[in-house]
Ligand binder design. Structure first.
Ligand SMILES: *Cc1c(COP(=O)(O)O)cnc(C)c1O
Length: 411
């Protein structure tokens, strides 16, 4: 072991002795970042193709984000929700405008800001109770967060089981299956909750008719259509919202509730629960609350992210960079590449995603194992063409080093 690797090792030991063990050992101890590059405490450089799990939309240390946060924090950092601030109001208006832009007659919108995706979903879950109904229909493989309410809506048994009983009246149906939704939704249903693309499940894309069908089924029964765009929203798929992406839906979708978080403020913690029409008025004063949610620093950060995506053409860039990556990772050891824009799932011929993550890291690239057989890429929207080339050049060697398909590879 060189002296260089010892710094990371020492921090990892201190981490294990001081932090709760819920995430397993950290893969790296990171010290700084710039654009799509990060450096560990031993000075080693990586191309970050995960972006803090689809969060760092503008990469690391983007000058506009740094300036917006610095300026706002130097002006007014926090006030609580006894008071309003300009960035908070501007951001709520802006999100409403982006959400309703494709509508022939834009609906009114109302926003509740939070600090995370789980909290955005908690707010939405509570909002659904204000319909007077309690049943929520959700999808198998869906992920909505780790708080008790969000967990109740999340299907993974390993996450749920240690914490049962969870809030009830949640019904699970297979994802992407409109007939299953049709059978499950009834007059007692408060909401249908779906991700437009399932992120944590490994980037699972439903048929293009699924979201329009989900909307029709929900509305036929007087239930709300609630889309969890925590991972897919804010440009990730190449559209502002995945449910607006022409490749992902074959007809317009007008959700009643949309939840956002991850990429919204480019790494500054924030979440948002946006509701349209009358749904946005279901909460009465006192029904919900938060100390930090909507604070001006997070709101200013989000406004800087939205401005930069718009000014720098990052929706189009996500689409073209995504296509290059999607086409470029094709390999006999890859069975399928799914996703949209810069949310990409790569299916391997055998469950060696963890080995691929380790081999990629050795080669200087950060990627993620969403499931044992699915590698996920969710890089910054600003990923440079040269970094894409470097990764695609390295990819076959990464699969070699991970031993993927070693036994069955043609000579
Ligand atoms: C990450 C994620 C969440 C949870 O967000 P946190 O900020 O981790 O609480 C909820 N829904 C989806 C679709 C996610 O990808």
């Amino acid at each position: 072991m060189s002296a260089a690797t010892e710094a990371g090792g020492a921090w990892t030991e201190r981490y294990a002795a001081s932090l709760m063990n819920v995430f397993g050992p950290p893969k790296l101890v990171l010290a700084r970042g710039r654009g799509a590059r990060v450096w560990d405490v031993d000075g080693r450089e990586y191309v970050d193709l995960l972006a803090g799990i689809a969060v760092n939309a503008l990469g690391h240390a983007h000058p506009r984000l740094v300036a917006a946060v610095t300026e706002q924090l130097s002006t007014l950092g926090h006030v609580s929700n006894f008071f309003a601030t300009e960035p908070q109001v501007r951001l709520a208006e802006r999100l409403g405008a982006l959400l309703t832009a494709p509508m022939a007659e834009p609906l009114e919108t109302r926003v509740f800001f939070t600090n995370s995706g789980a909290e955005a979903n908690e707010a939405a879950f509570k909002l659904t109770r204000r319909t007077g109904r309690t049943k929520v229909v959700v999808t198998e493989g869906g992920f909505h967060g780790r708080t008790m309410g969000a967990l109740a809506l999340t299907s993974k048994q390993a996450y749920r089981e240690p914490f049962e009983p969870l809030p009830g009246d949640v019904v699970f149906v297979p994802y992407g299956d409109a007939a299953a939704l049709e059978a499950a939704v009834d007059g007692a249903t408060a909401a249908v909750l779906v991700e437009p693309v399932q992120g944590e499940a490994g980037v699972v894309v439903p048929p293009a008719g699924y979201l329009p069908a989900a909307q029709r089924i929900a509305h036929d029964h007087g239930a709300l259509l609630w889309l969890d765009e925590v991972q897919t929203g804010v440009g990730r798929t190449g559209a502002w919202f995945a449910h607006q992406h022409p490749d992902l839906v074959d007809a317009p979708v007008t959700p009643d509730v949309v939840t956002l978080a991850k990429g919204l403020a480019g790494g500054v913690p924030i979440g948002a629960c946006i509701a349209t029409g009358g749904t946005g008025k279901l909460f009465d004063p006192g029904n919900h609350g938060t100390t930090f949610g909507g604070n001006p620093v997070a709101a200013a950060a989000a406004l800087a992210v939205l401005d930069t995506i718009e000014d720098d053409g990052l929706l189009a860039r996500a689409a073209t960079t995504g296509r290059r990556l999607t086409d470029g990772v094709a390999d006999p050891r890859v069975t399928e590449v799914r996703g949209s824009g810069l949310l990409i799932g790569i299916d391997l011929v055998e469950p060696k995603a963890a080995e691929v993550v380790a081999a990629a890291q050795d080669a200087g690239f950060i990627v993620n194992a969403a499931t044992p057989e699915r590698v996920r890429l969710a890089p910054p929207l600003v990923l440079a063409d040269a970094d894409v080339t470097a990764f695609l050049d390295a990819w076959p060697g990464i699969l070699d080093a991970a031993g993927v398909g070693a036994g069955e590879r043609p000579a």
